[in-house]
Design a protein around this ligand. Sequence first.
Ligand SMILES: Cc1ncc(COP(=O)(O)O)c(C=O)c1O
Length: 364
Amino acid sequence: MITGEAFHGSDIEKIEEVYGIPKEDIVSFSANVSPMGVSERYLQGITSKLDCVERYPDREYRALKKAISLYCGAKSENIIVGGGSTELIGAAIKQMESPRVIIVTPAYSEYERNVKQRGGTVEHFFLKEEDGFAPDISEICEALNESHDILIICNPVNPTSTAFTRDGMEAVLKRCEKCGIVCIVDETYIDFADERFDVTPLTDRFGCLFVIRSMSKFFCAPGLRLGYGITQGAELKERIEESKDPWSVSSLSNEAALLMLSDTDHIGRTRAYIKEERQRIMSLLDDMEPLGIRYYRPEANFVLVRLPEGGPTSGGLFERAVKEGMMIRDCADFPGLDDRYIRFCFMKKDDDDRLMSLIRKVYS
Ligand SMILES: Cc1ncc(COP(=O)(O)O)c(C=O)c1O
């Protein structure tokens, strides 16, 4: 059955409806959420905090910003909190009327949707397959000029899992500063990546930089709807704050995040597991090279894979996988990619092995 339906990474209920498979029986390799579950400290601590919903959260979220500051090293006064990184992406784009935006592509679709909603225009800067989708810093700098209002970069990039180093971003930011461009860096997946890709320290030096982060993926808490943004630009911060609603983070999410951010054991375990599993999946994919399967060096908790010509397309593999209870991301609808690309995130070893043997079987 080819349904012709397009599924986003988190559309597990839609899969249940279309394929009649109970969602509990589907492993989501497409939502890019950590397989390590939610923090133990949170599970144990939250029950004594449940009555916090009787009060409004602190309008300034002082304790939460302090905890975020301790976690990521940014200054408390430079932090904005929001309902998932999604709210902050929207606010960072909506703070400008009809913005002219350049997006490093392929990219998460919400950027373009928000720009269009705001009556803005989108230009794509395409990462190239022949470069392994690695960013070419001098080409990006050359593409930027005074006609752009906003540059959006996802780092590590969703869906390619390639990344900009801090040094590379420094050059991009110098160019942005010169051209009067606001640079939004979506670091939703940064907690899984090596420290040298983290651009948060650059917020102390570049007022045109707005970094966005999320509790959804690394902390396995997409239901919390909590994200945060960091900028030193006082005016930019004010405009972004004004574009969002007050109290968009609930008292319960506030308390939950305090517990999660202080669970250093869980944080350390998640980091170590993903690092090891990323390496293991890379070597399993290396073994499939003779089948014509190619991948791009992943820096986050997911990998982009190119399927061999002549075999089933990304949609075909998606169907095969879903029938075996595994939901991968068919990347055919990403600008810059086509029906030869799939993306999947690293889950528990047994589940990953099941997916790897299916791919091997389908293309052997
Ligand atoms: C690159 C990127 N940014 C932001 C988000 C949204 O995250 P949140 O749950 O924090 O709104 C996603 C979700 O898939 C994503 O892939």
